[in-house]
Design a protein around this ligand. Structure first.
Ligand SMILES: [Zn+2]
Length: 688
């Protein structure tokens, strides 16, 4: 077997097992065996770089998206669906369809019922069988080009198999997070004191729009497709029904959710909806309803679409699950911004697949309007959101001595009087040195998504604040291992118990090393970590890319900020007022004095600048490499700790010479700097 044949075979095998695992959830081999196949392919591809192609499974994760996502126009608008919330509404839909098709009372329409996935809609474009673009739905007409992130979703093939897909093919579907992956992400966030994602849909949406594909790859996104654009048209594939479309998509190796079923007439539709309302918790992912479509494509054309929705489809929504339980007590929580929000402590109740012991209560006005009280029996609901909410009390079951609930007038943590700015519903503790705010703020600052200081978690922060060792974020950088050693660290476990242990010297040294390392973080991590209102992970990345330094950000006017792609007036205003606050300016000055990096060094565009085997070495790239772009080569060097410079000097470790190399190669020869051809360069980055 030639290397080319083995490479082709390995790619085929890997795709097969990816499909077994990520589409069918029915693996045939152990993870270790799969990894072995992947390693062999990587090895072969590094030996034969000219055999590397873009649709190889080793190439799922590419370089970082530099400055936000490009906007793409959909070839055909991505419509939304009408909803049906009851069986009566389903009946009305069926009546409309039969009338539209001129059918009699006794005629039954042939439908296809599919599970509705609670995820993010996407459009995938293949050209001559190769995935060339993945885009979000956006406003239905224009979406965002998220190809680099879609490529990391292993349910999505990088190339189609079978036949009949020549030219340009667009399919649509949904990217989502299975429940397990969602729980894992939130468990990690809890451990690190980061804010939780409300539900898998939000987590999937946030992940898909992250600018770092390497991070996206770790999140475990999955995908299903359910539409072939242009199916049944003269230009499109030769199918006449939705059933045939599904079969075709499957033949091409695209992931199709397997529980779809043809249903003849309303009776079978209702049966399908009832069946899945019962069974849906046994699935690996959340489904919030059933999508019903007319099967025959000719019938669909006859029915047509309104300006917003097709007349031949409807989404049946499962009713939200409700339970009654006793509300033991209404408590309040103080957040990072000082917002004091009430929540309900409940007698634990099993609802929609999990035990619930807390629920949100929105705000004090809402509680007053619904007259929810301590000790009430209440109705609790878990709808699309995983975080449950209190729908309302059951006054008939109220104890005789019950009294209306009062919002506290002082902060439960620091005792300062609470204020409510005019026109707002949220009460706030405005004491800038409120330990609760500092606590939440620091938890956020140190969190994985922000400064990523491992080991600086909730309980350690609480002790540091309590002992007066930390009064603002900058104080973190003055901590020493001696100070930390001896403090007690507790951590909550999933089973509710807490483990307590003394902070050992080794551990203390580790945390200090982590703090030290965070000084050279990428700029967006600092921008996000500062906790400026409305500035999330993504806005921070966009701002860091656009402005390049804290000074530039601090100097930017609202107009300049708004001129940045994706930055709207609310965000711009919020950034501006944060930097105008003298206390924040002092904080930045102190962080700068502590050696925290405040800008993106010009030569450094890689997502993660690691310490590595190439640390201290500078490379120069010249000419064109066949197997990678210059940006990818730069990223590869920087990942290993090396630097890439624009010109050759005596200090240059080596010049990497591609085809059509220019004067830099001559200069290298002149100075006696080593030169690496592409194969040698690949060997260097694969080996080290
Ligand atoms: Zn307070």
């Amino acid at each position: 077997m030639t290397p080319a044949e083995r490479i082709a075979e390995l790619r085929h095998l890997i795709r097969h097992h990816e499909e077994r695992y990520y589409v069918l959830s029915d693996p045939e081999i152990a993870d270790a065996e799969f990894d072995e196949l992947m390693r062999e392919l990587e090895q072969l591809e590094s030996e034969y770089p000219d055999l590397v192609s873009d649709d190889s499974p080793t190439r799922r994760v590419g370089g970082r998206v530099a400055a936000g996502f490009a906007t793409v126009e959909h070839a055909e608008p991505m419509l939304s669906l009408d909803n049906a919330y009851s069986e009566e509404e389903l009946r009305a839909f069926d009546d409309r369809v039969r009338r539209g098709l001129g059918m009699g009372l006794d005629d039954a329409v042939r439908y296809v019922a599919e599970l509705k996935i609670d995820g993010v809609s996407i459009a995938l474009t293949f050209e001559n069988g190769t995935l060339v673009r993945g885009a979000t739905r956006g406003d239905g007409v224009r979406g965002e080009d998220v190809t680099a992130n879609i490529r990391t979703v292993r349910a999505v093939p990088l190339g189609l198999r079978g036949e009949g897909w020549s030219g340009r093919v667009e399919v649509r579907g949904e990217v989502f997070l299975p429940r397990k992956a969602f729980e894992r992400i939130n468990a990690e966030r809890t451990e690190r004191g980061e804010p939780l994602f409300a539900n898998p849909r939000n987590a999937a949406a946030g992940t898909l729009r992250n600018l770092d594909p390497a991070l996206v790859a770790t999140r475990g996104l999955r995908a299903w497709v359910y539409q072939l654009v242009g199916a049944g048209t003269p230009q499109g594939a030769r199918v006449t029904t939705h059933t045939e479309t599904f079969e075709l998509l499957q033949q091409w190796g695209l992931p199709v959710e397997p529980h779809w079923r043809p249903c003849v007439g309303l009776g079978e539709l209702v049966a399908f909806c009832r069946e899945w309302d019962e069974q849906r918790r046994s699935l690996e992912f959340d489904t919030d309803g059933v999508v019903i479509k007319v099967d025959r494509l000719a019938d669909r054309r006859l029915l047509g679409t309104t300006s917003k929705c097709p007349r031949w489809a409807i989404a049946f929504k499962f009713p939200a699950e409700q339970k009654t339980t006793r509300l033991e007590k209404i408590e309040v929580n103080v957040g990072r911004t000082g917002a004091v929000t009430p929540f309900a402590v409940l007698e634990p109740v099993f609802i929609a697949g999990s035990t619930v012991s807390m629920a949100t209560l929105h705000n004090a006005d809402d509680i007053a309007r619904k007259d929810i009280r301590d000790g009430d029996w209440v109705i609790v609901e878990k709808a699309g959101d995983v975080i449950p909410r209190v729908v309302g009390p059951i006054p008939s079951r109220r104890p005789a001595d019950s009294r209306p609930w009062q919002m506290p007038t002082t902060c439960p943590r620091c005792g300062a009087a609470l204020h409510r700015p005019e026109g707002e519903v949220v009460w706030r503790c405005e004491n800038t040195s409120c330990p609760a705010k500092l606590q939440r703020g620091l938890e956020h600052f140190a969190s994985r998504g922000a400064m990523n200081i491992e080991g600086l978690g909730e309980s350690l922060i609480a002790q540091l604040i309590e002992r007066g060792l930390v009064r603002d974020y900058a104080d973190v950088y003055a901590l020493t291992a001696e100070t930390l050693a001896g403090l007690i660290s507790t951590s909550a476990r999933a089973d509710g118990r807490t483990i307590e242990r003394r902070f050992g010297e080794k551990n203390a040294v580790k945390v200090i090393a982590e703090i030290d390392r965070s000084r050279t973080n990428e700029l967006w991590r600092l921008m996000y970590g500062l906790g400026i209102r409305h500035v999330g992970e993504r806005a921070a990345q966009v701002l860091a890319d656009a402005l390049g330094s804290i000074d530039a950000l601090a100097a930017a006017s609202i107009e300049e900020l708004q001129a940045t792609r994706e930055i709207g007036p609310v965000l711009a205003e919020s950034v501006r007022s944060w930097f105008d606050e003298p206390r924040n300016q002092q904080l930045l000055a102190r962080l700068r004095a502590a050696g925290v990096r405040m800008e993106v060094p010009p030569e450094e565009r890689a997502p993660r600048r690691a310490e590595g085997p190439l640390t201290g070495k500078t490379y120069v790239l010249t000419g064109t490499l066949a197997s990678m772009t210059r940006e990818e080569a730069t990223t590869a060097i920087e990942r290993l700790g090396g630097k890439v410079a624009g010109s050759v000097s005596r200090k240059t470790a080596a010049v990497i010479v591609g085809s059509d190399a220019g004067s830099k190669a001559d200069k290298a020869r002149e100075l006696g700097v080593p030169m690496l051809d592409e194969a040698a360069f690949r060997a260097l980055i694969e080996r080290t």
